[in-house]
Design a protein around this ligand. Structure first.
Ligand SMILES: [Fe+2]
Length: 187
């Protein structure tokens, strides 16, 4: 492998050239938002784009540093703000760094032991996700929430655990403000 550089376009919110672009629409997140009836009502009309991920083109292998740009769009399913699916790393003892570039939101994290934490993120926030913490981002702003992430190549992504258990906390709009509430469906 040879050294290389790519370009992060702030205006276009993408990495070029991009290794892989992934789209997450509401239909990919069925059952992940609290209001299932509202999810299905939206899906009968439309399948909104919730977020996009532009990978930097680095292989997911030990010793490498894969990275990506995530663009999480503003919006809500009922009172719940748009969010990413969230995941643990398969190699649980691996960390990750998020750098906020645009917009605002929360970085929700939790451990399998039931610890939970929410960090507010904005442009310039360097958030550190320690080993063993699952992570999800939530857009609480009016525009796209954009951040850059770097993680160890052998980390791997476990989405299934979160799909089954959910997150401990939900980020909901109450009187125009984001509030964190316990997830009644967490198990
Ligand atoms: Fe991760």
């Amino acid at each position: 492998m040879k050294p290389f550089a790519t370009t992060l376009s702030f205006a276009e919110r993408m990495i070029t050239p991009c290794g892989q672009r992934t789209e997450r629409r509401l239909s990919h997140m069925r059952g992940m938002y609290q209001d299932i009836a509202e999810t299905e009502a939206i899906l009968r009309r439309d399948d909104p784009l919730i977020y996009e991920v532009y990978a930097g083109g680095v292989p997911e292998k030990e010793g490498q540093l894969p990275h990506c740009l995530t663009v999480l769009y503003p919006g809500q399913v009922g009172d719940e703000y748009y969010m990413t699916k969230g995941h643990f790393h398969v190699a649980m003892d691996t960390a990750e760094i998020y750098l906020g570039l645009e917009g605002e939101g929360y970085l929700l994290m939790q451990t399998k032991e039931g610890d939970s934490q929410a960090l507010e993120m904005e442009r310039g926030t360097i958030a550190y996700i320690p080993p063993y913490w699952a992570h999800r981002t939530v857009n609480t702003g009016k525009g796209p929430f954009v951040f850059f992430a770097v993680w160890p190549g052998h980390a791997g992504h476990d989405y299934g655990t979160i799909e089954e258990s959910g997150f401990l906390k939900l980020v909901m709009e109450r009187d125009g403000q984001p509030v964190l509430i316990p997830n009644p469906r967490y198990r």
